[in-house]
Design a protein around this ligand. Structure first.
Ligand SMILES: [Zn+2]
Length: 293
């Protein structure tokens, strides 16, 4: 249920004319604190919850926050803490619970998730990429396990910033979350942002991090996964070239590969995914204010 990246959705296709990207500006007042993404309490969005300090002896001990059993990013906020929660695209609108453990006590906080109408896309690809041969299906299932493991990475050091640089210059699709039909067959929704650029265009790390996996996948093509800390993991798919082996520490703006058309695509572009607490959320929420393409 919570896993939104699947063999069906892990793809990136760019449709002509669907490239308009807009954003609203929300000023943050987090002085000297981590810059934040935009909050959006919708499926595929991000919710931020303040957890004020408690008076108990464990006031300096960070609480442990989880959502659907997955650990949630926690940042220092004043004398207390702030939880940054990724909401799965598959989340039904309504009330959801955040579990908080601190000072040996468990409590829950209710979050209200509102519905969002995403668009629908109809895409045409070779039939062998929709109705898979048994060998391809077996391969995809093995790859899914590995992709889930990479997205499950949780390292303790928090990211320096949650406002990310766009990894590639180019027109961005607004297709995150769109319901997809491949050759008229329904498949999982689009779990990332597509950025159109010619093959060979450099792809840059959007923030400091560590490369936790790379591979060449049936649907995603050549891919890089970067761990930025506290469950923020980004991925880059359909690359023509991978420039950073697993284990490399990368700095924001460092070249990690090049745009390509590997895997299931209709043309060269970058598919960019952003995960929090193991769920893929809308990358647009992490970018600075949009500039006109
Ligand atoms: Zn895509």
């Amino acid at each position: 249920m919570r896993m939104t990246l699947s063999r069906r959705s892990a793809n990136g296709l760019l449709l002509g004319g669907a490239l308009l990207w807009t954003a609203t500006v929300v000023a943050t007042t987090a002085m000297a604190e981590t810059a934040l993404p935009r909050a959006s309490a919708v499926p595929g969005g991000v919710v931020m919850i303040d957890l004020p300090a408690t008076a108990g002896a464990g006031a300096d001990t960070p609480p442990r926050v989880s959502f659907e059993g997955n650990r949630v990013m926690l940042l220092r906020h004043g004398t207390g803490w702030r939880a940054i929660v990724g909401i799965p695209l598959s989340q039904a609108p309504g009330e959801v619970q955040l579990e908080i453990e601190r000072d040996g006590r468990r409590e829950t906080r209710q979050l209200q998730i509102v519905g969002k109408q995403y668009t629908t896309q109809y895409l045409k690809v070779p039939p062998s990429q929709v109705d898979l041969a048994p060998a391809d299906l077996a391969r995809v299932e093995t790859e899914q396990t590995r992709i889930r493991a990479a997205l499950a990475t949780f390292s303790e050091t928090p990211p320096a910033t949650l406002v990310l640089r766009a990894p590639v210059r180019g027109p961005r699709s607004s297709s995150f979350g769109s319901r997809r039909f491949f050759n008229q067959q329904p498949r999982n929704p689009h779990s990332g942002m597509d950025i159109a650029a010619p093959t060979g265009t450099p792809v840059y790390a959007p923030a400091d991090g560590e490369v936790v996996d790379t591979g060449d996948y049936f649907f995603n093509g050549k891919s890089v996964f970067i761990d930025h800390g506290q469950g923020l993991v980004t991925l880059y798919c359909h690359l023509s070239e991978i420039a950073v082996p697993t284990g490399t520490r990368v700095r924001s703006g460092e070249r990690i590969g090049a745009v390509g058309a590997t895997g299931r695509v209709t043309g060269p572009h970058l598919h960019w995914g952003v995960a929090l607490n193991r769920v893929l959320v809308d990358p647009a929420l992490f970018l600075p204010v949009a500039t006109a393409p």
